[in-house]
Design a protein around this ligand. Structure first.
Ligand SMILES: C[S@@+](CC[C@H](N)C(=O)[O-])C[C@H]1O[C@@H](n2cnc3c(N)ncnc32)[C@H](O)[C@@H]1O
Length: 217
């Protein structure tokens, strides 16, 4: 099937040659996500796209999660907003090119804000900005390093209920080891969560705290 009208799958021949930058058409993304439909719709399933481009996979993943938020929590504005932010917290990307990484953050931010009906100055949009700057990392997924040669870290977010979130940061290279062990079913497989210690554990936060972090970034 040909890409739908207006869907640009290549930005330039040079970018294709240098970075393998060819975007996946939306029909193919939907077909692939349908293979893991339940996971793609679950609010708290964590998705990492290690070559995320401008978000052709992550945008429909967030769309599906937000549909679940509406179905499960749409009746309470408080729960809807908090679970929508939590859905965003469960979407992760790595992208080597800074313009793509920023486009990906912007696309996810627009989707989130449109869902809540807020503008970019609203505290929910600013909280989303904090989450996206942690979750969509500009870096090399192969070396697992940032452009400054620091190890890539990811925030593990949890929603504790009653408007409170927890953040713990883990090194990406250690997380990949953990999933390797779990997949292997080794003696230590069920200890994975205890064997890897966070780089940083933050105090619990509210949406106001997250919005304030965006203001100070
Ligand atoms: C084939 S495109 C796919 C983009 C997106 N996943 C999609 O399906 O539309 C590959 C993307 O990976 C990025 N990329 C290439 N090498 C990378 C690396 N080592 N680490 C992270 N991203 C990389 C490219 O810049 C490009 O945006």
């Amino acid at each position: 099937m040909a890409p739908s009208d207006g869907e640009r799958l290549v930005k330039s021949k040079q970018r294709v040659a240098e970075h393998g930058e060819v975007f996946t058409p939306s029909w193919m993304v939907e077909d692939m996500l349908n293979l893991v439909r339940e996971e793609s719709e679950r609010i708290d399933s964590r998705f990492l796209e290690p070559a995320c481009g401008s978000g052709n996979f992550l945008i429909p993943v967030l769309t599906r999660k937000l549909q679940t938020v509406m179905a499960k929590h749409g009746k309470s504005e408080f729960e809807k907003r908090h679970y929508a932010l939590f859905a965003l917290m469960c979407v992760y990307g790595i992208e080597i090119l800074p313009d793509n990484a920023q486009e990906c953050r912007d696309n996810l931010a627009s989707l989130f804000s449109a869902f809540l009906g807020v503008d970019s100055a609203d505290k929910w949009a600013r909280a989303a900005q904090t989450v996206l700057s942690a979750n969509i990392v500009q870096g090399d997924a192969l070396t697992m390093k940032t452009p400054n040669d620091d190890p890539i870290t990811f925030a593990e977010w949890a929603y504790l209920g009653k408007g409170s979130y927890q953040r713990r940061d883990f090194r990406y290279d250690e997380l990949t080891q953990r999933s390797h062990w779990e997949a292997e079913g080794t003696l230590f497989s069920d200890m994975g969560a205890d064997l890897f210690t966070p780089e940083t554990t933050y105090p619990t936060m509210t949406v106001n705290d997250l919005a304030a972090q965006a203001d100070h970034a």
